[in-house]
Design a protein around this ligand. Sequence first.
Ligand code: DGP
Length: 114
Amino acid sequence: MLDCIFCKIITGQSPSQMVFQDEQVSAFRDIHPVAPTHILIVPNKHIASINDLTPADEPLVGHLFTVARQLAVQEGIEKTGYRLIINTGSHAGQMVFHLHLHLIGGQRVRYPMG
Ligand code: DGP
């Protein structure tokens, strides 16, 4: 997607603090962190939201979660705990319409974010 900021980050056209990338997903630090660890894990292919997933995406969605777990270990927060959030649509406050998993931790998290 030409006008998608996350697509530009994934391809390196826009800067980010990338912490992980493979053929399926990318993970980079949120520009407005709400906790010491705030990482966004995104599919490399453009999927606007959970509403746009198909059964064919199930392995990709599973991979998003195992990468989140791996990054929690890398950040040293797997034992203290962390929150995973996926906002979908306007009532949930989704601002960027490229599916992303927020990985938030490193301090006691408050509701709803951080
Ligand atoms: P959401 O409300 O779930 O759509 O959250 C989108 C998040 O994306 C928000 O926490 C801020 C973050 N974000 C928006 N633009 C950029 C950007 O250009 N770079 C980075 N690293 N994060 C961004």
